[in-house]
Design a protein around this ligand. Structure first.
Ligand code: HEM
Length: 232
């Protein structure tokens, strides 16, 4: 046990942890986006989807606890890897690169800390708004095929009908794309899964995943704001 702890807190162990948790979070984000696409189909489709998720009961709870642990570990270990790197190489990356380095350091990698922190703050507010927001008891209820269920669709539409919220979501989703663009490639690097042959492929795939997730998520509030009628 103490051997495992020693490994996990070593610099290589911490890189593995950020890599594995990062890939887990990307998978969650893809599944979350696919589920949210039900918004396009309509009120019943979206509410039925969230109702089915809730009906998983303890299974969902276990998944949520795993997800929360992933987010927390990823953030805490990510910060510690960053601080360690800074300690080991106090010269700013920009200066370091301009000395002729050929690394993939770019805007994304330098801003991982900033984008990561903003995404974490966004997540706390996001989960409080939707997961722990008004429910059946507060009147957010709909009846589908004789079953009463939470009207999350109404809550989402009410929120995305507010321009400041749409603007904040759009900005955060662009930052999410920036974070993923570097994070995706970097996770494979940290796990030692990149060699000369796969490197360009994984790098390009990372850009594709980042752009698709970012656009996929940011289109939702914009679409609701412009095209969905309140109460429809
Ligand atoms: C515009 C895009 C988004 C919409 C419409 C949306 C919608 C929702 C809704 C309705 C819930 C509550 C689900 C429920 O209680 O059953 C939720 C939960 C959640 N969302 Fe999002 N979301 C969006 C973007 C994101 C992004 C970009 C992330 C992560 C980077 C994210 C992470 C989460 C997490 C972690 C939860 C809690 C999941 C749980 O505990 O079951 N969401 N979202």
């Amino acid at each position: 046990m103490s051997k495992l702890m020693n490994y996990l807190t070593s610099s290589i162990g911490r890189k593995y942890l950020t890599g594995i948790t990062g890939i887990g979070l990307v998978l969650f984000t893809i599944v979350h986006l696919l589920g949210n696409l039900n918004l396009f189909i309509g009120q019943d489709s979206f509410n039925l989807y969230t109702y089915k998720l809730e009906s998983l009961g303890p299974l969902l709870e276990v998944a949520e606890i795993g997800l929360a642990i992933c987010f927390l570990l990823h953030a805490i270990v990510g910060v510690s890897v960053y601080l360690n790197k800074k300690k080991a190489r106090p010269i700013d990356y920009y200066v370091y690169n301009s000395a002729g380095g050929n690394s993939k350091q770019n805007f994304s990698s330098k801003s991982m800390m900033v984008t990561g922190s903003i995404i974490l703050i966004f997540l706390v507010i996001h989960v409080a708004t939707f997961k722990f927001g008004p429910s059946i008891e507060q009147g957010y209820v709909t009846n589908i095929n004789g079953v009463d269920m939470r009207d999350l669709y109404r809550l989402v539409v009410e929120k995305f009908k507010q321009l400041p919220i749409v603007i904040v979501y759009t900005i955060v989703m662009i930052l999410l794309g920036t974070h993923l663009r570097h994070g995706f490639w970097s996770a494979f690097q940290s796990l030692g899964l990149l060699n000369k042959k796969y490197r360009p492929f994984v790098y390009t795939l990372g850009i594709l995943v980042a752009v698709m997730l970012s656009i996929g998520f940011l289109i939702l509030p914009i679409w609701v704001y412009f095209f969905v009628e309140m109460g429809a």
